[in-house]
Ligand binder design. Structure first.
Ligand code: A5P
Length: 241
């Protein structure tokens, strides 16, 4: 039992715990973000002590961190079967649907997760919610036509759609796209919204991860870490590799 842990302390405990879930000799998908940062650090420790594994990174930031830790990195094209992807999320619903992309890596995160046998999601208790939508939904779009897309996304029920910027410049994803942060407040039917957004020409990918999470590993401020298994899961997005 701990005194109240901060959100950052919960992330560290989750990341370090997640490193214990990496089987020796496996290929795993490695997520992106401040929770996964601690997974990469601990995996680096374990590799230096003799653990053999290789990772498929979901972003340039993760690739660089993993390489700096001396972890063997392979590309998605060269990886072969991926046993499990371990990643964070911005929100996970009680029904195991996710919002991801707060760290701008949603496209490759989804591609790597879809190529994996399993997806384990590591989140603090504050991100485990009855319904998605409080966190603005990131949507990755082609820069040449983002303004018409704002109007079309508003028509799907978003209250506000904001181009993600840093230092007054649009944020560019690893794949050279823009991100629109879409404020829905509550998403009643994430699967239907995902389909509607994908029908809009110029949308590259959405941050809705539908039926992809097999396991939620949830960290609590009292230090507990609980696992929730998705008994309805048929493999990441039903796309078994
Ligand atoms: C990256 O694009 C995101 O999907 C992250 O996985 C998500 O934002 C969780 O990030 P943190 O672990 O930093 O909260």
């Amino acid at each position: 039992m701990y005194d109240e842990l901060s959100k950052d302390e919960i992330k560290q405990r989750l990341g370090e715990y997640a490193a214990t879930l990496v089987p020796a000799g496996s290929t795993i998908g490695l997520g992106t973000g401040t929770t996964v940062y601690w997974l990469i650090k601990e995996l680096g420790n374990r590799v230096r002590k003799g653990l053999s594994c290789q990772v498929v990174p979901t972003s340039e930031a993760t690739r660089k961190l993993a390489e700096d830790e001396g972890i063997r990195v392979v590309s998605l094209n060269d990886a072969g079967p991926i046993a499990v992807t371990i990643d964070g999320a911005d929100e996970a619903s009680f029904g195991f649907q996710l919002i991801k992309g707060g760290g701008a890596a949603l496209l490759q995160e989804k591609m790597v997760a879809a190529a994996s046998e399993k997806m384990i999601v590591i989140i603090g208790e504050d991100k485990h919610v009855p319904k998605l939508g409080k966190f603005p939904l990131p949507v990755e779009v082609i820069p040449a036509g983002w303004k018409p897309l704002v109007r079309k996304i508003l028509a799907t029920g978003a209250k506000e759609v904001i181009l993600r910027e840093k230092n007054d410049e649009p944020v560019l994803t690893d794949h050279g796209h823009y991100l629109l942060d879409c404020h829905y407040d509550v998403i009643d039917d994430p699967a239907a919204l995902n389909t509607s957004l994908h029908l809009l020409p110029g949308v590259v990918e959405t941050g809705l991860f539908i039926d992809m999470a097999d396991t939620l590993v949830i960290g609590y401020s009292n230090g507990d870490i609980m696992r929730e298994e998705n008994i309805h899961s048929t493999g990441t997005g039903g796309i078994k590799s």
